[in-house]
Design a protein around this ligand. Sequence first.
Ligand code: ZN
Ligand code: ZN
Length: 410
Amino acid sequence: MNFEEKLQQYAKLVARCGVNVEPGQDVVLRCPVVCQDFARMIVKELYEAGAREVIVHWNDDQIARMRYDYAPMEVFEDFPQWRVDSLLMYAKKDAAFISITGTDPEAFKGVSPEKMTAAGRASDKANKEFYDMMLCSQFKWNVSAVPSEAWAKKVFPDVPVEEAVKKLWEAIFNTLRIGEGDAVERWLEHGRILNEKCRMLNAYQFDSLHYKNSIGTDFTVGLVKNHRWEGGSDTAANGIKYFANMPTEEVFTMPDRMRADGKLVSALPLCYEGNLIKNFELTFENGKVVDFKAEEGSDVLERMLNMDEGAAYLGEAALVPCTSPVAQQNILFYNTLFDENASCHFALGACYPTNLLGGADLSDDELKARGGNISMNHVDFMVGTKDLSVTGKTADGREVQIFKDGVWAI
Ligand code: ZN
Ligand code: ZN
């Protein structure tokens, strides 16, 4: 398959599997201006699959950066209602949402942290209804990635920029199983395998998981009662399946907000708001991060943990074998969409309500009472190594090895 054919397969994958667009449905596409060529291909695929209207919201890293550098603080404390409506109105009409990421991982390096925090808070607060709907799969959504020059150069700093972009495209195609046969069919089969892992884990209903490896992770996390493992495709409120992330290699569930103890050591750097946090470790007591250390980006980590009350508690526990196609690329993508699919991870911040049986119908307070975590943040960080073992413990004390040497043991 040549490059153009692979690209075409990718656009088809996003439209047909990612949001699985239905005839007559509206789709909102959010995309950086540097990805205009691929955006056009997706839009065409969407219309050909029967979309009623595709609404495109363009964004640009450099302009966003200028706004942070020049605009006064008050600009970031306010989030206008029309921008909320530009998403919420379509969400309520059962539109599907596609976000293309591909931005420079260090686009916002050095920006005033006060402005970034204010902007994040204002946006999260104003868009709460939209994000709540999203977390509960009220509508279909998908995040996919396209290489920008800045991103490619960050991943492959030692080669000329055109070559870096090409290499990043190929890496992305590999992670998406594009290159042989029909990508849509291969992707659906992959989704079925992940669904099967979830079915097995759900049957065990583990009370807690214990993580251990040679770089210092020794950690026990409780899982909420009636938790659900999810992975592969999601099912939206209208009953239609979709893939929220592409690639996806994880199965994930809801940790108990109040039951996490021990130490987690990072296996990969974390990119948060355009800043890198490297070689860090987190110590938990009764669910909360009570101590942390980072070789680089300690101040960013501290800001992240203090974003709000829930930001220092876990909201997601995810299992990914270290042999996944993403891990096999052997590169740091500096993009959570990829890096989280190379390694077992946790997320600090908001839980996914759908990881609890009936969770989507609960209020924030009810969710919290059941062990779910509420936060404006949701930040994945990687802990999976080639020697990681994960052992599950059932409510009656039975121990089952789930991961051994970084891969599935069940
Ligand atoms: Zn995850
Ligand atoms: Zn996550």
